[in-house]
Design a protein around this ligand. Structure first.
Ligand code: MG
Length: 349
């Protein structure tokens, strides 16, 4: 009897790992408070090239690192046989096969785009025809804390010319007062859906306008679009949607409720979807911010490669952790400095 023919070896291998990022400071927003975050890391290997990707699961959308890993593992046989050079087809198939689980999709998209641009021998921003010198300044984020810690964090952020301040609880005035007791820098404020009525939001924004705040992100719950529209006519600073605008298909829906949108790779499913959002938003006259979750330099560098296309960057998630496994994009006086080596340009630490 003939032995069964061994199956042909897959041309690619895919590795998944849940990586625990340790935070420098306990990170508190309206939504949660924690000392660490688990993200999903993905490594796609083929032809001697390793593409690295990462996705930060978002609890608000019922994602976890474990559910992201399961989603990626569920399509492993497809990915190991697929031709990554036709990455648009591959990513369309990934989006078709994985329902929800945007962080998992982001991790795969980033790993594939890293692989493809390494294979092409160009830095990722060159694939999009961009110039690294157009990368914007990034804000540094200050999570919610008591006034003393807020002052200390503000001092530690001395190198950053613009700060992003998390608010949305009943301590907002004390938080801004604490920041203002240390610095006169321009501030961007993120309420993370924390204010519950349009009247409260207008009252708070009017006060923030007197405090050198240049824009406000997601003052009201994501579903309150009519209220956001009403509010926009009552205040002077731009209002950005974040939780209200997850993916490209949301951009048109929120376009007349906000002045701009905050795009995140983990929220939309990766680089190619973010690119689509950027162009949709531009065509509707919206301003664009590229934001992030708490992540390592893998996701932050991937987003930074798109940053020459946007007006504002809030790409500091890697600076908030103590055990970043990679070095990629760096920051000089707040400005994002993109790596010039092929792909994302990540180096292990
Ligand atoms: Mg936000």
């Amino acid at each position: 009897m003939l032995a069964a023919k061994p199956a042909a070896a897959a041309p690619a291998t895919l590795e998944t790992e849940i990586f625990r990022l340790k935070l420098r400071h306990t990170w508190t927003t309206v939504m949660s408070s924690s000392d660490y975050r688990d993200t999903l890391h993905v490594r796609f290997r083929r032809d001697g090239i390793t593409g690295t990707g990462e996705g930060a699961p978002i609890v608000r959308y019922h994602e976890s690192a474990e559910s992201a890993r399961k989603a990626v593992d569920s399509i492993r046989p497809y990915l190991e046989q697929a031709d990554p050079r036709a990455f648009r087809n591959v990513l369309n198939e990934v989006f078709r096969r994985i329902p929800e689980e945007w962080a998992a999709k982001a991790a795969l998209d980033i790993a594939l785009m890293d692989w493809v641009t390494q294979k092409m021998g160009v830095p990722l921003y060159r694939y999009f025809g961009l110039d690294a010198k157009d990368a914007p300044v990034t804000t540094f984020s200050i999570g919610i804390d008591n006034p003393e810690v807020t002052r200390q964090k503000t001092r530690e952020a001395e190198a950053f010319p613009v700060l992003k301040i998390k608010v949305g609880l009943d301590t907002d005035e004390a938080t801004i007062d604490a920041v203002r007791s240390v610095t006169k820098k321009p501030l961007r404020v993120d309420a993370n859906e924390g204010w519950k009525s349009k009247e409260e939001a207008v009252r708070k924004i009017k006060w923030l306008e007197t405090q050198g705040v240049e824009l406000i992100e997601q003052p009201l719950p994501a579903s309150m679009l009519d209220e956001a529209r009403w509010m926009r006519g009552k205040v002077n600073i731009p209002i950005f949607g974040d939780e209200a605008c997850l993916r490209a298909s949301d951009v048109v829906k929120v376009a007349n409720a906000f002045d701009g949108i905050n795009i995140k790779l983990d929220k939309c499913g990766g680089i190619m979807e973010a690119y689509k959002m950027i162009h949709t938003a531009r065509s509707l006259g919206l301003k664009i911010m590229l934001g992030c979750m708490i992540s390592s330099s893998a996701t932050i560098t991937a987003a930074a490669h798109l940053s020459p296309l946007v007006d504002y960057a809030d790409l500091d998630g890697n600076l908030l952790i103590a055990n970043d496994p990679y070095r990629g994009v760096t920051v000089e006086k707040g400005k994002l400095i993109l790596p010039s080596s092929p792909g994302l340009g990540l180096r292990p630490v």
